[in-house]
Design a protein around this ligand. Structure first.
Ligand SMILES: Cc1cc2nc3c(=O)[nH]c(=O)nc-3n(C[C@H](O)[C@H](O)[C@H](O)COP(=O)(O)OP(=O)(O)OC[C@H]3O[C@@H](n4cnc5c(N)ncnc54)[C@H](O)[C@@H]3O)c2cc1C
Length: 438
């Protein structure tokens, strides 16, 4: 199979690789193809889906739905199917993926490998909780079915294992009932971080998330817009997904300069009436608000951007987020995209990101000072007993990851046993020493 030798990047467009990519059109073409780590739509921000030192497998053409049981909601699909395709195909039939991350472009393989979470994490746990079995290609090139019954250790390590246990060819997942194509969303302004955390604690809605103004200082520190949503009682019709618009060129870096971002954030905050508002929104626009603008990552200019995402345990969350927000606002580097969310304890594998507490995610244009700031935020996360999300990272060090993922030694031993030659090594695993010394 031919390799595409073009340079390619993750979603943040800061890190890149040119180790070559094979893009099989059919599963049988994988026989004899150069084996390397799999990649989906490269919605991971950093280097999780990059391989500089050899070929990688682009799974996006392996996007067939293979079987569906309408009695149980069990779907079998190839790894390259996008989650938005599953939502579009099955919501009109009354089913949806139980967990959806903030982009519907994530593939089934990418969602399993990162054990993604959604706006209902506090209730539903991670994506892995709905995975019944995985067809996994091992380092010897053969495929086998892996599940909690057949190989529990390998199964769990694959959920959140960032592709290091093998190539996910297809999977069986259990969809959740979906009585309506709409959600009723209540949104209101929040004036401070303390009020934010109170709102999350008081909410009994299945879906909740908050936009936070990471440029606000002084008494406005921590202000934002809180959103909670429930599946609507409206007729079970499914709204057609609006066509995406594209950003055709990479605009100059000043589009997201400090004053522009501060002005945007102030307007975004005031967009919500002071008494709050209720809107009924189609599922796709609620779950994937940014997907309407394809390639929005180009707005950050040619140098790209970083996302910092951490999760902090309940006892240290309030104080740590407060200090983080002060540092971020003082730096003048924050972008409009900053999100706060309550998380439950659910995680499916030893390398899964979530823990009970709060997660903060902030975008930073790749400008002077951003890397040093993010490193300080990662250190603060370690000190507070939290962890950062591998699917978003491009800057952490092995020592920081060792301190945040206590099950890493066992994961390393398993990965080295499954893949002694490091065929599935990625730039992320090499940078963070996720395979350990051989
Ligand atoms: C706008 C936006 C919003 C997001 N919101 C959220 C969110 O709310 N919650 C959340 O959890 N994440 C979120 N993410 C992150 C995203 O869901 C994950 O990075 C996901 O893994 C992307 O899927 P992908 O198909 O693009 O995978 P890629 O980015 O291509 O790959 C990610 C990892 O999965 C591995 N992988 C991919 N396919 C396979 C396969 N077939 N077999 C084995 N390994 C594979 C890769 O090797 C890599 O390690 C968001 C990303 C964006 C851009």
């Amino acid at each position: 199979m031919q390799l595409n030798r073009d340079r390619y990047t993750g979603w943040g467009r800061v890190l890149s690789a040119a180790g070559g990519r094979a893009r099989p059109e059919k599963a049988r073409m994988l026989d004899g193809a150069p084996l390397g780590p799999a990649m989906g739509q490269r919605r991971a921000y950093g280097d999780a889906a990059l391989k500089s030192a050899g070929p990688a497998l682009d799974m996006t053409r392996l996007d067939r739905m293979l079987a569906f049981d309408p009695d149980t909601g069990v779907l079998e699909a190839e790894a390259g199917v996008k989650l938005s395709d599953i939502l579009t195909a099955f919501a009109p039939k009354g089913w949806r993926p139980a967990v959806l991350p903030g982009t519907g472009f994530a593939t089934l393989g990418g969602a399993i490998a990162a054990d993604v979470h959604g706006k209902n994490h506090h209730e539903a746990g991670t994506f892995g909780a709905q995975v019944l079995s995985i067809r996994l290609i091992g380092s010897d090139g053969t495929a086998r079915d892996v599940s909690e019954t057949t190989e529990p250790e390998v199964f769990r390590a694959t959920l959140g294992g960032m592709g290091l246990t093998g190539v996910i060819l297809s999977a069986k997942i259990r969809l959740a009932p979906c009585p309506s194509g709409f959600v009723d969303v209540d949104e209101w302004r929040i004036g401070s971080l303390a009020a934010y955390l109170e709102a999350f604690e008081a909410s009994d809605a299945p879906f909740s998330v908050g936009w936070i103004d990471a440029t606000a200082k002084g008494p406005a520190l921590g202000r934002g817009v809180f959103e909670e949503a429930r599946v609507s009682n409206r007729a079970p019709a499914f709204a057609p997904v609006a066509k995406s618009r594209n950003i055709p060129i990479t605009p100059p870096g000043f589009v997201l300069s400090g004053p522009v971002v501060r002005a945007f954030n102030a307007a975004y905050f005031r967009r919500i009436p002071s008494a709050g508002q209720r809107r009924t929104r189609p599922l796709a626009s609620f779950f994937h608000p940014l997907d309407g603008l394809t390639n929005w990552n180009r707005l950050y200019g040619k140098k790209g951007f970083h996302q910092f995402q951490c999760v902090l345990p309940p006892d240290s969350a309030a104080m740590t987020i407060d200090t983080m927000l002060r540092r971020i606002a003082d730096s003048g580097l924050a972008a409009p995209l900053a999100v706060l969310k309550k998380m439950g304890a659910g995680r499916s594998g030893p390398m899964s990101f979530p823990m009970a507490g709060y997660t903060l995610a902030v975008d930073f244009p790749n400008r002077g000072g951003a890397e040093a700031l993010i490193n300080t935020l990662i250190d603060q996360t370690v000190e507070a007993g939290g962890r950062i999300y591998l699917a978003k990272d491009s800057l952490a060090t092995p020592a920081q990851i060792d301190a945040m993922y206590p099950e890493l030694p066992d994961f390393r031993a398993l990965v080295r046993r499954l893949d002694p030659e490091g065929l599935f090594e990625t730039d992320l695993s090499a940078r963070l020493n996720l395979r350990g010394a051989s």
